[in-house]
Design a protein around this ligand. Structure first.
Ligand code: NAD
Ligand code: ZN
Length: 340
């Protein structure tokens, strides 16, 4: 079958032929219809230090997708051939303490689809049936194919009560933009999004941000005061991985503020511990998606009218995959979908 793989230990990704995977007794074989490009895929594309120490070569990459069930192992229950599915990309061990307690997102032995095992930039994908999420009929294919990063946004944004709160989101990447839409949808008062990229700030506005601030040019606290905020932000969602963004967030949180950290810093980040302590901030790290409560909430949010369509900015056929990666590299994109 056709696949996009890391076949060489250098920057780039290449179209190649690999054997069609065979499902084990508890697995689904999924015919991939659409797969979107994640920031993680760009780390692998760029072959940065993290990718070099994490990803074995060759590796079929990609983990954000939707498709239909095309085969299954003989132990699988609850799925039919032709079911539309997306899937949780974190394959958990099932036997560690957290897995056995139902806290699968805290598994110590997580494997990543398209990172440590073959991924979704392929005609066919095999995953444990446990990881598959059957898509309700009213979830469009495009939205279904970005459920994985949407899940990061949902998991992070719903950590803390947002109703009536003033929310700061640092980073208007696809996940920050989706988080802005979620925060508005569930009843936040002000949703302020920061970035240093005007294209993305514009995207954040289209996704429902009350205000999108270019922190390279504008003073965030002045903007917040202009919105009538006098005491600081109640909830912070860090979605840039940038040290300066996190420092700025700590600075503008109100006393007792709550911060969820999704963004992954490239190196060490300084923290103003005095501010954390004297403001009594709550800071929580966020990884992945909750299995599978986040997935049910994602479907329910779309079914209750949350509109994510503006975040999808590019669609390409699979033979034009390089154009998709180039769009991601340019910084002038939201989600980029590849259609198989
Ligand atoms: P992205 O890289 O597309 O977006 C990050 C944005 O932050 C960019 O638009 C960038 O311009 C902006 N930024 C840079 N410096 C900034 C600053 N000083 N202030 C404000 N914004 C700034 O990333 P994404 O795909 O939207 O993902 C968001 C983050 O979440 C990334 O760091 C990603 O690695 C991380 N992530 C974490 C998990 C997890 O499980 N914890 C899962 C997925 C993604
Ligand atoms: Zn486990």
């Amino acid at each position: 079958m056709k696949a996009l793989a890391k076949t060489q230990a250098r920057p780039g990704i290449w179209a190649t032929q690999v054997p069609t995977p065979v499902p084990g007794p508890n697995d689904l074989l999924i015919r991939v219809q659409q797969s979107s490009i994640c920031g993680t895929d760009m780390h692998i594309y760029n072959w940065d230090a993290w990718a070099q120490r994490t990803v074995p070569v060759p590796m079929v990459t990609g983990h954000e997708y939707m498709g239909v069930v095309a085969g299954m192992g003989n132990e699988v229950r609850g799925f039919e051939l032709g079911d539309r599915v997306s899937g949780e990309g974190h394959i958990t061990c099932g036997h560690c303490r957290n897995c056995r307690a139902g806290r699968r997102h805290l598994c110590r032995n997580t494997q990543g689809v398209g990172v440590n095992r073959p991924g979704s930039f392929a005609e066919y994908l095999v995953i444990p049936a446990f990881n598959a999420f059957k898509l309700p009929a009213d979830i469009p294919d495009d939205i279904a194919s970005i459920f994985d990063p949407f899940g990061n946004a949902v998991h992070t944004a719903l950590q803390f009560d947002l109703v009536g709160e003033d929310v700061l989101i640092t980073g208007a990447g696809p996940i920050g933009c989706m988080a802005a839409a979620i925060a508005r949808h569930v009843g936040a008062r002000n949703v302020v999004v920061t970035d240093i990229n005007d294209y993305r700030l514009d995207l954040a506005r289209r996704m429902g941000a009350t205000c999108a601030v270019n922190v390279a040019r504008e003073d965030l606290w002045e903007v917040a005061q202009g919105l009538g905020m006098t005491e600081g932000f109640d909830v912070g969602l860090e979605m840039s991985g940038s040290g300066p963004a996190f420092a700025q967030m700590v600075d503008v949180m109100n006393n007792g503020g709550k911060v969820a950290l999704l963004g992954i810093p490239a190196g060490e980040v300084k923290i103003d511990w005095d501010a954390v302590i004297f403001k009594m901030l709550t800071i929580r790290g966020i990884y992945g998606r909750e299995m599978f409560e986040t997935w049910y909430k994602m479907a329910a949010l779309i079914q209750s009218g949350l509109d994510l369509t503006p975040v999808i900015t590019h669609r390409f056929g699979i033979d034009d995959f390089q154009k998709g990666f180039d769009a991601m590299l340019s910084g002038q994109s939201g989600k980029v979908i590849l259609k198989w």
